[in-house]
Design a protein around this ligand. Structure first.
Ligand code: TYM
Length: 331
């Protein structure tokens, strides 16, 4: 595909308050592409309604997620920031790609299996074809890299398979995207059950640290984090809780595991948990302040999402027109 710059694309669902998993695994990594890549970062509200949402809360979180993108360092002048439902090409391409995605492929998606177990009263078709919509998001922009946490790797791999299948059938149409998973922070675990991913939809608020939690709440949650009966801060097998805290601390302090082990030698878990809580709160403080400032200026956020949608629609349309021609639609 001929283009001036490589493309980075990612998205976050406004389906709950964003967590430090979203921040460390994805959001904080987005801005590193701003200078050298053309970047598109989307608030994926169409994905969010695969699970029932309270409409007023969905609206509030859509603004908040956009504000967090900017607060995390994404300058709207340099990055295209937009809301998925404002660009109809996503739904159009998703429909076409649904016809190039196999039932068996979608049935194997672990997120679908997890979510349909959790929402057994609402296993809707959107939940099942969710990964095809995600493939459409990515493929519309001729994306080269997709910075995500490890839980989204399987979906990006499916997008690659769909793109390859389409290219093979109709000649080169889509760039094949690459998932980029940062080593540190790729899977932040629940503080209450460190064998489970930290998730914005967790019902236990103590299991999850939200980006917008205040300092006292963050410290209290880390103090309560589940660890083990050992007393020594070291990374190892059977120490899921401590491993998770070490990984979070390493992400926010930049220290290696060896350095962390040395720092806390001879000190108990209590000291360590407090240090992790303080370091996380200090990292988030400037993001929170900027988020609060932005949220008080709705007109500005609306102008960002409007401009973003215009830019995104322009590039999306180019790909969509090509696809329509190739499959035989009259355009
Ligand atoms: P979502 O909204 O669940 O999560 C947003 C991003 O945060 C990452 N993440 C985590 N990383 C580390 N540890 C965790 N505990 C953790 N929890 C979440 C996710 O991997 C993701 O990168 N399907 C996507 C949204 C999406 C998308 C896209 C992403 C829709 N279209 C196109 C990339 C490209 C999702 O549900 O993310």
């Amino acid at each position: 595909m001929l283009k001036d710059k490589k493309v980075s694309y990612s998205g976050i669902q406004p389906s709950g308050n964003l967590t430090i998993g979203n921040y460390l695994g994805a959001l904080r990594n987005f801005s590193q592409y701003s200078d050298e890549y053309q970047t598109f970062y989307c608030v994926v509200d169409m994905h969010a309604i695969t699970v029932r949402q309270v409409p007023a809360e969905l609206r509030r979180r859509t603004y908040e997620t956009l504000a967090l993108y900017i607060a995390a360092g994404l300058d709207p002048e340099k990055n295209t920031l937009y809301v998925q439902s404002h660009v109809p090409a996503h739904a159009e391409l998703a429909w076409i790609l649904n016809c190039y995605t196999m039932f068996g492929e979608l049935s194997r998606m672990t997120q679908f299996k997890d979510k349909s177990a959790k929402h057994s009263d609402n296993i809707n078709a959107g939940l099942f074809t969710y990964p095809t919509l995600m493939a459409a998001d990515i493929l519309l922009y001729q994306t080269d890299v997709v910075p995500v946490g490890v839980d989204q790797k399987q979906h990006v791999e499916l997008a690659r398979d769909i793109a390859g299948r389409f290219n093979q059938a109709y000649s080169e149409t889509f760039t094949i995207p690459e998932p980029i998973i940062s080593k540190s922070g790729m899977k932040i675990m629940s503080l209450a059950d460190p064998t489970k991913k930290m998730s914005k939809s967790d019902e236990n608020a103590n299991a999850v640290v939200y980006i917008l939690d205040d300092k006292d709440t963050i410290i209290r949650k880390f103090k309560r984090a589940v660890t083990d009966s050992d007393t020594c801060v070291r990374y190892g097998e059977g120490k899921d809780g401590i491993n998770n805290l070490m990984s979070i601390y390493s992400c926010v302090s930049g220290k290696s595991y060896d350095e962390i082990e040395r720092e806390f030698e001879g000190r108990g878990y209590g000291d360590f948990k407090l240090a992790v809580g303080e370091a996380v709160a200090d990292t988030l403080a400037p993001v929170q302040a900027e988020h609060a400032r932005l949220l008080s200026d709705k007109a500005y956020l609306e102008s960002v999402m409007k401009n973003g949608a215009d830019t995104a629609a322009y590039f999306a349309q180019k790909t969509l027109s090509k696809v329509k021609k190739k499959v035989g639609f009259l355009i």
